[in-house]
Design a protein around this ligand. Structure first.
Ligand code: NAD
Length: 475
């Protein structure tokens, strides 16, 4: 039997934790009792997921807007609903091919045997998701988990209570609790969840919490995929038109008010161009969000605590002598939002320079030579994403070759995540493992190596007495 890491054995577990444990036990028992899900069963689960997402799209979008205060319906559509539905379609279309055993080479001594890799379900997958894209980050791991024939338990963020409740009810309607279920709750539930003996645990969230989740999973030898955060840089090369770069950067940065895991965190730009880039970015901001305080297209910040964290970071940069340029700062603050903000010259010791920003504040950092910009990036933790704007393909190749990041887009922002054919994940402190598409299927499968002996093998009567065997080999 198993005890939850944070449960005090002298106290009975709360009803909430007991219900979660019961759900896990039911899924675990079913995964051991029943035959592994065949292709039809997987497709059926994916189909039910698709119907559920489509039927609840309005409810999901309304709940997310409610949780954020403001979130444009089209942003939820483009960043959450569309990618989830395309992931489902890709999985339904590809799962039969992904499941096909992979033939491997058999050495002469073992012929005419056959060697192959068979991708089998792991069992029960745990999914812990964050608040920033609550639908997509809960359901796209689920798509891959179901394609791989697993059952799953999802723990969404407590910072999106309206959405989490809609998701819980919608999943309960579409799935048997032994197939998929949602558990809601805060940090204590999260901790207990991470201590369950899953067959794999996928966590999306901050690097700090990721560390805790990794420890809790290690206690049960649970393999993990950690989708974490960090400071994703943008490098603008000298040959790239600033106005074009500004348009892409502003799009990637101020979408969802900067609360995007792969949003540009800071921009490195050639010396002497920082002010011009800031102007170009501000022009984009004014065009995109004429009145951020009231603009339905400009998202709110998820909670008062996060808002204060961002306002404090701006104040600290000002105090340290940085140039702060923003669009509608006071009005946004009164409306409970954080205005789009550009900062030039934030010193190294400020929060803006040292921590993931995860909000609508964009520091610009001038560099002398391109290799200085590369050194700047390489002197820090390996980021989740990297963006390079350059016309010259040699410069693009140089930046890609000299840096390491989870993913990258050249001459754009965010777009690599929209490619379903690409693995998505971090490297180093930005994450462990990747998912989406074929990589996601493999991530949640066990690659079982199987050898099937033929009617005879060259080493017949393999085994002692070794004398006979050695004589045979010598022949
Ligand atoms: P978070 O780490 O605070 O919370 C994530 C989830 O973990 C929530 O469901 C929370 O309830 C749960 N949790 C909190 N403490 C826990 C614990 N001790 N044990 C187990 N679970 C616990 O992250 P957040 O604030 O919701 O999200 C923002 C962060 O997520 C940013 O750092 C961002 O970069 C990152 N992120 C990464 C990706 C990616 O795909 N790599 C995507 C989105 C967000």
């Amino acid at each position: 039997t198993f005890t939850m890491a944070d449960a005090d054995p002298s106290k009975p577990p709360s009803a909430e934790l007991a219900a979660m444990r019961a759900l896990f036990d039911a899924q675990h028992a079913a995964s051991r009792r029943e035959a592994p899900a065949d292709c039809d069963c997987r497709r059926d689960r994916l189909e039910r997921l698709k119907i559920m997402v489509k039927a609840n799209a309005d409810r999901f979008a309304a709940a997310i807007a409610d949780d954020f205060g403001t979130r444009a319906r089209i942003e939820t559509e483009l960043m959450e609903l569309v990618p989830t539905l395309s992931a489902i379609d890709l999985a339904r279309k590809s799962v039969a091919r992904w499941m096909r055993p992979e033939k491997r080479h058999v050495g002469l001594n073992f012929q005419p045997g056959r060697a192959f890799v068979q991708y089998e379900p792991l069992g029960v997958i745990g999914i812990i998701s964050p608040w920033n894209y609550p639908l997509n980050l809960a359901l796209s791991p689920l798509v891959d988990a179901l394609a791989a024939g697993n059952r799953a338990l999802i723990k969404p963020s407590e910072l999106t209570p309206a959405f989490s409740e809609v998701l819980r009810a919608a999943i309960a309607e579409a799935f048997d609790p032994e197939e998929v279920a949602v558990v809601t709750g805060g940090v204590e539930v999260g901790k207990a969840f991470a201590s369950l003996p899953f067959d794999h645990l996928l966590f999306t969230g901050s690097t700090a919490v990721g560390r805790e989740v990794y420890k809790a999973a290690a206690a049960n030898l649970v393999p993990v995929t950690l989708e974490l955060g960090g400071k994703s840089p943008v490098i603008v090369a000298d040959d790239y038109p600033l106005a074009r770069a500004a348009r892409s950067i502003a799009f990637g940065k101020f979408l969802n008010a900067g609360q995007t895991c792969i949003a540009p965190d800071y921009v490195l730009v050639p010396e002497g161009k920082a002010e011009a880039l800031a102007e170009a970015l501000l022009a984009e901001v004014r065009r995109s969000y004429p009145d951020p305080a009231r603009d339905p297209d400009y998202s709110g910040v998820i909670s008062a605590r996060h808002r204060q964290r961002l306002l404090d970071a701006i104040a600290a940069a000002r105090k340290a002598g940085a140039t702060v340029l923003s669009h509608g700062e006071d009005a946004a603050e009164q409306a409970g939002k954080v205005a789009p903000t550009i900062v030039i010259g934030a010193p190294e010791e400020t929060i803006l320079a040292s921590e993931e920003i995860f909000g609508p504040i964009l520091p610009i950092i001038p560099y002398h030579r391109l290799d200085d910009a590369i050194d700047f990036v390489n002197g820090r933790d390996r980021p989740l994403a990297l963006y390079c704007f350059a016309r010259d393909s040699d410069v693009q190749a140089h930046v890609l070759r000299k840096t390491v990041s989870g993913g990258a887009t050249v001459n754009g922002t965010l777009l690599h995540i929209a490619q379903e054919s690409l693995p998505f994940g971090g490297v180093g402190p930005s994450g462990i493992g990747a998912y989406h598409g074929a990589e996601g299927f493999k991530r949640f499968s066990h690659a079982r190596g199987v050898f099937k002996a033929g009617p005879f093998i060259a080493f017949e009567r393999l085994g002692p007495p070794w004398g006979n065997f050695a004589r045979k080999m010598a022949k």
